[in-house]
Ligand binder design. Structure first.
Ligand SMILES: Nc1ncnc2c1ncn2[C@@H]1O[C@H](COP(=O)(O)OP(=O)(O)OP(=O)(O)O)[C@@H](O)[C@H]1O
Ligand SMILES: [Mg+2]
Length: 199
C-alpha cells in the first residue's frame, strides 16, 4: 500500500502550489505520484464539479454534500485505490475534511452523516496525513466559483471547522502557517510527509 495525503484550507491559501512542490519532491525520491483534485478527477466527477461550482446558487447543504460524495466515490474507486494498491503516493487537493469544514461547519450539515458517508466511501483510502493551510487568502488564486462567493461568516465557520478537526485529530491533521514564503511552507510540508512515511 502506498500513501495518501490531503491538502486542505480555504481558497487561495496556497494548497495547489504546495501540492505541486510536494509532487516534485516525491518524484525526486523516485516515488510514483498521482495528484487528484476535488470535486473532479473522473468523467462523472468533472460533471459534478461543474454543477457544484458553476451552476445554481441555492441548494440544500445535504444535497451539496451528497454531490461531493458522489464525485468522491468515483474518484476513490477509479483513481485513488488503484494508485495506492500499486504503491504510489496520492496527493489530494481537498478531500474528506473539506466536507466536514464546508458542508458540516459551514452549512450545518450533520457531522454524523458526513463522517459515516465518508468512512463508508473511502475505507482504506483515508488520509495518512492532512495538511491544513491556514493563512491569508490570496485573491489572485481565487477561481471565482459559486462557493467562493459566499459570505465572510461562512468562511469564518469553515476555518473553525478545520481548527476543530486539527484539535480532534492532532496526529493526522496539522496546521501549517500558510503566510510564510512558499519555500518555507514547502519545507514544513515535506517534514511532515517524511515523518508520516517513516511510521
Ligand atoms: N507562500 C506563498 N507566498 C506568496 N504567494 C503564494 C504562496 N503560495 C501560493 N501563492 C500564490 O497565491 C495564489 C493562490 O495559490 P494557490 O492557487 O496555490 O491556492 P489554492 O489554495 O490552491 O487556491 P484554490 O482553493 O482557489 O484552488 C497563487 O497565485 C500562488 O502563486
Ligand atoms: Mg487550488
Amino acid at each position: 500500500m502506498g500513501w495518501l495525503f490531503s491538502f486542505e484550507g480555504l481558497d487561495g491559501v496556497g494548497k495547489s502550489t504546495q501540492v505541486d512542490l510536494t509532487r516534485k519532491w516525491l518524484e525526486g525520491q523516485g516515488l510514483r505520484v498521482r495528484v487528484v483534485r476535488e470535486p473532479g478527477g473522473t468523467d462523472l466527477g468533472e460533471k459534478i464539479r461543474d454543477l457544484l461550482l458553476y451552476q445554481g446558487q441555492h441548494r440544500d447543504g445535504r444535497a451539496e454534500f451528497l454531490l461531493f460524495a458522489a464525485a468522491r466515490a468515483e474518484l476513490v474507486r477509479s483513481v485513488i485505490v488503484p494508485c495506492l494498491s500499486a504503491g504510489g503516493v496520492v496527493l489530494a487537493d481537498r478531500y474528506v475534511d473539506s466536507s466536514e469544514a464546508y458542508q458540516g461547519a459551514g452549512l450545518g450539515v450533520d457531522l454524523g452523516l458526513i463522517h459515516a458517508v465518508n468512512r463508508s466511501l473511502c475505507q482504506s483510502a483515508w488520509p495518512r496525513g492532512t495538511l491544513w493551510f491556514d493563512g491569508v487568502q490570496r485573491t489572485e488564486g481565487l477561481a471565482g466559483d459559486l462557493i467562493e462567493t459566499r459570505a465572510r461568516s461562512f468562511f469564518d465557520r469553515v476555518r473553525l471547522g478545520y481548527q476543530t478537526l486539527a484539535e480532534r485529530e492532532p496526529e493526522r491533521v496539522v496546521r501549517i502557517d500558510a503566510d510564510q514564503d512558499r519555500e518555507q511552507v514547502s519545507a514544513e510540508v515535506i517534514g511532515w510527509l517524511r515523518l508520516w512515511m517513516s511510521r
